[in-house]
Design a protein around this ligand. Structure first.
Ligand code: KG4
Ligand code: ZN
Length: 345
């Protein structure tokens, strides 16, 4: 069963063809970073116009690289939310048009569920329950992914059986990626901030400055706005501070809280595995620390490749494959939903 999926929720125009929910035949991502970097962030109107210009070529390229024609496909999927309304509309309208004209079912996919399913692409038999740390530009969540219904069904079930998502905690203010982006902008490191901070931090000392660890001892919720303010105050008081040290110490503060809470959550829910997803999961310091915690505590580590952490359409195809089996197709008159939430138990 081959699914063509389209992802246009923010500033990447992406299309992919994936077989049986885990065999990536093609994954094409056209980034608009260069277009938006002059403005220091994504400009919604420019993003939707760029999606419109790129979508046909990106889908064509994904189909060609997969060696697929419409007759080889079983469904066409697209991200229906959350995201920028105008950007989502381009991907969803295109996917519906392809589905209708090729006589195929359409599947509307939740972008966050796509990030959750990115791990299935590289290891289809994910161990459950899994604690997932979802860290992107818009979200920071700790989720327990478990077999639906009875906990007794947990084990090497993974993508083959129904799963449910239990929210353990989330950010009360800025998302982790947003904190990277805002701090990078303040430090004049450019956009997107995550990779810029990571590059700058490479030559810095992560122990140089003791930035605060937000809500460190309080449950599973996160807070990053105090950390951002603290970096700004520090730079105003110490304008000559070496940027690599500031970037490394900031990155260390974010990674510390993310990893500490993930570790605590995994122990409390009796997790068999820990998984990370979302753009910030591309961060090397975070990836290394999560792997180490898993090794020390006997959890399987599911760390998607960097390309599968940042926005792409292969993860949307993986989630679509799962949703199609669970719920069937999405009606062609289903709207986009910029504020779509994950279905939680
Ligand atoms: O998942 P994603 O591609 O888009 C959203 O759904 O938001 O995540 C983008 C976010 C941005 O805030 C970006 O700065 C951050 O992920 N990011 C990183 C890294 N690469 C991307 N943050 C830290 N380190 C990275 N290497
Ligand atoms: Zn994303």
């Amino acid at each position: 069963m081959r699914v063509l999926a389209i992802e246009t929720s923010c500033d990447e125009t992406a299309a992919a063809v994936v077989e049986n929910g885990n065999r990536v035949l093609s994954s094409v991502v056209s980034s608009q970073t260069d277009i938006h970097s002059t403005f220091g962030g994504v400009v919604p109107e420019i993003a939707s116009r760029a999606h419109l210009e790129l979508i046909g070529a990106v889908v064509g390229e994904a189909m060609a690289r997969a060696g697929s024609g419409p007759e080889d496909l079983s469904a066409v999927a697209a991200t229906i939310g959350p995201g920028l309304a105008g950007s989502l509309l381009v991907g969803v309208s295109s996917a519906k048009a392809y589905a209708w004209s090729w006589g195929l079912p359409f599947v509307g996919v939740n972008h966050m569920e796509g990030h959750l399913h990115a791990a299935f692409l590289e290891d289809p038999a994910l161990s459950l329950p899994t604690v997932v740390l979802l860290v992107s530009g818009g979200h920071t969540m700790l989720i327990c992914m478990q077999a639906s219904g009875s906990a007794a069904e947990n084990g090497r079930a993974g993508a083959t059986g129904p799963v449910e998502y239990r929210l353990l905690g989330q950010t009360l203010d800025d998302a982790a990626g947003e904190a990277f982006d805002k701090v990078a902008r303040f430090l004049g490191l450019g956009y997107p901030g995550g990779p810029a901070i990571e590059r700058t931090a490479h030559d810095g000392d992560p122990g140089a400055i003791a930035f605060p660890r937000g809500l460190a001892n309080e449950g599973y919720d996160f807070s990053f706005s105090g950390l951002k303010t603290s970096v700004i105050r520090y730079m105003r008081a110490n304008p000559q501070a070496p940027l690599p040290d500031v970037a490394a110490s900031f990155q260390e503060a974010v990674v510390d809280v993310l990893v500490a809470k993930t570790k605590k959550a995994a122990a409390e829910v009796g997790a068999r595995a820990v998984c990370i997803g979302g753009g910030v999961a591309a961060n090397t310091a975070l990836r290394e620390r999560v792997v180490r915690v898993c090794e020390e505590n006997g959890y399987a580590a599911f760390i998607p490749s960097r390309a599968m952490c940042t926005d792409n359409a292969a993860m949307i195809a993986a989630a679509a494959f799962y949703r199609l089996r669970m719920d069937g197709p999405t009606p062609l008159d289903a709207p986009v939903n910029p504020n779509l939430r994950l279905p939680l138990v």
